[in-house]
Ligand binder design. Structure first.
Ligand code: ADP
Ligand code: MG
Length: 247
């Protein structure tokens, strides 16, 4: 479903080239619920951006639905991203001047779905996250938990196979956090793949697999414990990736 092979990412800074991700090899299969943890600055958000085709790796290969991204044109990459991947961010990233249903419709607008269908599907998506009564409200009229549920509805609206959530409960109280986790767990039961960045060990413990990043390398992967002794070294992907078949 998702694969990174020998991925490195560096940023150019005033001080020179700054390596952020170093030799990342990972495969995530359909239906996995993966928690990505690690200290602040370890490269978690950078990894999410690369998995989500928001930015390319400096070197290495990224696979989504078995397709190697650099083999696609920019337009094809954008189309794959918007169809196959839904994003949920800590800060919600809802457009304040639009109602919730209009926010949730945005991906359908770009997909060329007619207005009437868009509205119907947006309302269904909002109902799915328990927000039927809030469809015409603006984001600033809602609590953080409601805004995050709306952003999940937006992420799900095109039925992507993969949901990437970067600290989705980071700003929320524990009761609201539980609601968000229950929704994500429901989404996973539908067979979707979920990759969630979290600092909260109790959330990470609910995932089917935990991957820990440290200083740009995979320090541990609960599914690769036996085979991953060389993670972060320059060993070939084949020697440490256990399940080739799932691409
Ligand atoms: P995390 O999400 O684990 O906290 P990030 O992936 O956001 O970490 O960032 C990892 C490191 O990369 C940080 O030191 C950050 O300052 C640096 N970084 C991220 N994006 C850029 C960028 N566009 N230019 C330069 N440095 C960046
Ligand atoms: Mg981050």
């Amino acid at each position: 479903m998702i694969g990174l092979k020998d991925v490195n990412k560096s940023f150019t800074t005033a001080a020179g080239l700054l390596p952020i991700l170093k030799g990342i090899n990972v495969e995530i299969g359909k239906g996995e619920f993966v928690a990505l943890t690690g200290p602040s600055g370890s490269g978690k958000s950078t990894l999410m951006s690369i998995v989500g085709c928001l930015e390319p790796p400096t070197t290495g290969k990224v696979y989504v639905e078995g397709v190697e991204l650099s083999s696609l044109s920019d337009n094809e990459q954008a189309e794959l991203r918007s169809r196959a991947i839904g994003f949920v961010f800590q800060a919600f990233h809802l457009i304040q001047s639009l109602s919730l249903e209009e926010n949730v419709e945005v991906p359908l607008f770009y997909a060329g779905v007619p207005r009437k269908d868009r509205r119907k599907r947006a309302r269904e998506a909002l109902a799915r996250v328990g927000l039927s009564g809030r469809t015409t409200h603006k984001p600033y009229e809602l609590s953080g938990g409601e805004q995050q549920r709306a952003s999940i509805a937006r992420a799900l609206i095109r039925e992507p196979g993969v949901i990437l959530a970067d600290e989705p409960t980071g700003n929320l109280d524990s009761k609201t956090c539980e609601q968000i986790m229950a929704i994500l767990e429901g989404v996973r039961k539908e067979g979707k793949t979920i990759l969630i960045v979290t600092h909260d060990q109790s959330i990470a413990a609910r995932a089917s697999r935990q991957i820990r990043l440290n200083d740009g390398v995979i320090a541990s992967d609960s599914q690769q414990v036996l085979t991953c002794a060389t993670a972060g070294s320059s060993g070939s992907a084949e020697s440490i990736v256990p399940r080739q078949a799932e691409f």
